[in-house]
Design a protein around this ligand. Structure first.
Ligand code: TRP
Length: 451
């Protein structure tokens, strides 16, 4: 059996996906999930969203839109595990286990946190002004996302590489502290898709919500057209040759076109196609490529109950992995049921019982006796004298049979009785504490081994 590569990534639910998100992350992820060697886990990182946004309506809306976008884009939920982070209670629980081993110094070095501190210092504010523990602990929550499912590959943007490295660091530390030779967590690797284009926005800078230069993905055709009309071009008039390689309009076109379509568009531009017409071509292309998905998207958005079902189903699949794994981790750190502890005690007892031993010998007068020695060689009992070996053997057998031991303390020693007869005596102890400890050791040594 070959093990499939587990690919996991999260999408922070603070906005509405735009064309850049689609080309840069969503589309390649959906394509990758179709590989038969891939076991993909994609989720809405809505706990992460809370770190950046305190507007409940926006959080809710964004979760819905992002879920609908991925499904409309062709994600096959029978093939992949698609879920909301906040539907998996094991994630925050693992976050705490990891928080307890994560070095504070490691988190001090996180870029996002450091950038906020630097900004505060620059503006003369208190270094921690406006910084929440959520922002500070962001990488630990992300480590829990990744380690919970033992992801091998984590497709992310460059700004997230450090977080994946921190997940490795924290996971390794946990393995080392609690694994006892076992590697609980797989070491994840960041996967940076070099071939995936970063789309330029309307003004030619990277398409990003923070630059307000995005082209909407599944909004109405009119909104898409309006956005395209605002793409910045140079001032060459119709009929003048354009330079496709220095035109972000052409770059946008290429990201959605076949090579043949791109070649044709390129020669038209070289031959002087006007920018207005060029924008029409881009709109036509996008409308063709995305029109069907847009319809699916609108249908999904209108049926939030269906989306809810799909995500609940995904959560169930994810928890089928997370619940037993977290139980193992709880065990490892010592958060165990008391019933389980009895089992641990039983194992200890088994070892003690194994190590304790009876040693028989014969007295000069021909009688038979035995000693019971504890694991450390300490004598627990010396028997009375028996007329023959058989009787002595029966007594040792009875003592190990599991029947209630009749132990009688006398001052600084004790004796063991069988059917109203004293069969063995302890040595004399220094004090009653030592005597009682020896009685306890005797009971442990004589508890039958149970498998
Ligand atoms: N922090 C990631 C981002 O902003 C989103 C994210 C959260 C994530 N948890 C993750 C990505 C786990 C990969 C794996 O892009």
């Amino acid at each position: 059996m070959t093990t499939r590569t587990r690919i996991l990534t999260g999408i922070t639910t603070t906005g509405t996906p735009h064309l850049g998100n689609y080309a840069g992350a969503i589309r390649p992820a959906i394509v990758a999930s179709r590989d038969s060697n891939a076991d993909s886990f994609y989720f809405l990182a809505d706990y992460h969203a809370l770190i950046k946004c305190d507007d409940p309506l926006r959080i809710q809306r964004s979760r819905l839109e992002i879920a609908a976008t991925w499904l409309a884009g062709g994600l096959d939920v029978d093939r992949v595990t698609f879920y909301r982070q906040s539907d998996i209670p094991e994630i925050p629980e693992l976050t705490w286990l990891l928080t307890c081993v994560a070095a504070k110094g490691l988190l001090n070095r996180a870029h996002a946190y450091k950038a906020s501190v630097d900004k505060n210092v620059e503006t003369g504010e208190d270094p921690d002004a406006g910084i929440t523990m959520g922002l500070y602990s962001y990488p630990v929550l992300m480590a829990a996302d990744i380690l919970m499912f033992n992801a091998h590959k984590v497709p992310v943007g460059r700004d997230q590489i450090q977080h994946v490295e921190m997940a490795r660091d924290i996971g390794q530390r946990f393995n080392h502290l609690f694994g006892q030779g076992k590697e609980f967590f797989t070491m994840p690797e960041a996967l940076i898709e070099e071939s995936v284009a970063t789309l330029p926005g309307l003004d030619g800078r990277k398409m990003s919500k923070s630059y307000d230069n995005t082209i909407p993905l599944f909004s109405s055709a009119k909104e898409m057209k309006d956005a395209i009309s605002r793409i910045v071009t140079d001032s060459r008039a119709p009929g003048e040759a354009k330079d496709p390689d220095n035109s972000h309009l052409f770059t946008l076109f290429q990201a959605f076109a076949t090579p043949a379509q791109s070649d044709e568009f390129r020669s038209e531009l070289l031959q002087g196609l006007g920018w207005g017409e060029a924008k029409n071509r881009l709109f036509q292309l996008l409308d063709n490529e995305l029109g069907e998905s847009r319809e699916r998207y609108n249908l999904l958005i209108e049926r939030p109950a269906d989306l809810e079902d799909i995500l609940q189903h995904g959560a169930k699949k994810a928890r089928a992995v997370a619940t037993p794994f977290l139980n193992e981790l709880r065990e490892a750190v010592g958060l165990r049921s008391f019933v389980a502890q009895t089992q641990v005690a039983a194992t200890t007892r088994k070892k003690a019982a194994k190590a304790a031993r009876f040693v028989s010998f014969r007295e000069d007068d021909g009688s038979f006796r035995f000693r019971l020695l504890a694991a450390d060689g300490e004598q627990l009992l010396l028997s009375r004298n028996f007329a023959d070996g058989k009787t002595a053997g029966q007594v040792t057998k009875q003592l190990q049979s599991g029947q209630a031991l009749d132990v009688r303390s006398e001052a600084l020693s004790f004796s063991v009785w069988l059917e109203g007869e004293c069969v063995a005596d302890s040595p004399t102890f220094a004090d009653s504490t030592a005597r009682d400890a020896a009685i306890e050791a005797l009971r442990i040594a004589l508890t039958p081994i149970q498998e």
